[in-house]
Design a protein around this ligand. Structure first.
Ligand SMILES: C[S@@+](CC[C@H](N)C(=O)[O-])C[C@H]1O[C@@H](n2cnc3c(N)ncnc32)[C@H](O)[C@@H]1O
Length: 196
């Protein structure tokens, strides 16, 4: 897998407009997911965890995205396996998301193209941990790029790990975890739904 420090350096070189465009796409994707699976909650504010964040500029956009789409105040925290690229940002914590998630439970957990960074066999832990850290009625939303789950080899052409979507869907079914796979413009949203 490509070096994370190099990955973060490349992200840092992207201009603000590029980051804004990507944030806009994320917002469209999340809006589509929530249109199809409304979040069931009676809470006056939402507690949301973002798993992995490639660039510090996304943090503000993520908060705006959640507050606009859920139309509620949001307490958001971001977990990332390394913090160098997020140094000095509030509510950011170092954590390997293949390990049990801290600071839960959450109304919503969101990851954007994270699973490709994780060894294929360990991706299940991320899904399982995200489900375990949800409140009743909560949603764990894992956005995947099309290539992540269409490439059958273990590795993607850029060295990241492929995501065996069918295998995880079968395992979710076997574990009686309610889920939906929402088609999106650039891929899918694999959404784990905790009954209310
Ligand atoms: C979320 S993904 C992709 C970036 C995403 N498209 C975005 O918009 O932020 C990349 C981030 O995940 C982080 N990451 C990789 N493996 C991780 C793990 N096991 N636990 C938590 N974060 C991880 C990397 O450090 C990187 O910052």
């Amino acid at each position: 897998m490509p070096d994370l420090a190099q990955y973060h350096q490349q992200y840092k070189q992207k201009d603000d407009l590029e980051i804004k465009k990507r944030a806009f796409v994320k917002t469209q994707e999340l809006a589509e997911v929530i249109k199809q699976i409304p979040l069931q909650t009676h809470n006056s504010f939402l507690k949301i965890a973002v798993l992995g964040c490639g660039d510090r500029r996304f943090i503000r956009y993520h908060l705006e995205m959640f507050e606009n789409i859920f139309d509620l105040p949001v307490e958001m925290l971001t977990l990332d396996i390394t913090l160098d690229h997020l140094a000095g940002v509030n509510n950011v914590f170092q954590h390997d998301c293949t390990q049990q998630l801290p600071y839960g439970p959450f109304d919503t957990i969101y990851s954007h193209v994270l699973l490709r960074f994780i060894q294929t066999d360990n991706q299940w832990e991320v899904l399982e941990n995200s489900y375990a850290a949800l409140k009743p009625g909560g949603l764990a939303i894992h956005v995947l790029d099309t290539i992540d789950y269409t490439i059958k080899d273990k590795l993607l052409p850029d060295g990241y790990f492929s995501v065996p979507l069918r295998r995880w869907e079968e395992k979710l079914k076997a574990e009686n975890i309610i889920y939906k796979t929402i088609p999106l413009v650039h891929g899918v949203g694999l959404v784990l739904i905790k009954p209310y």
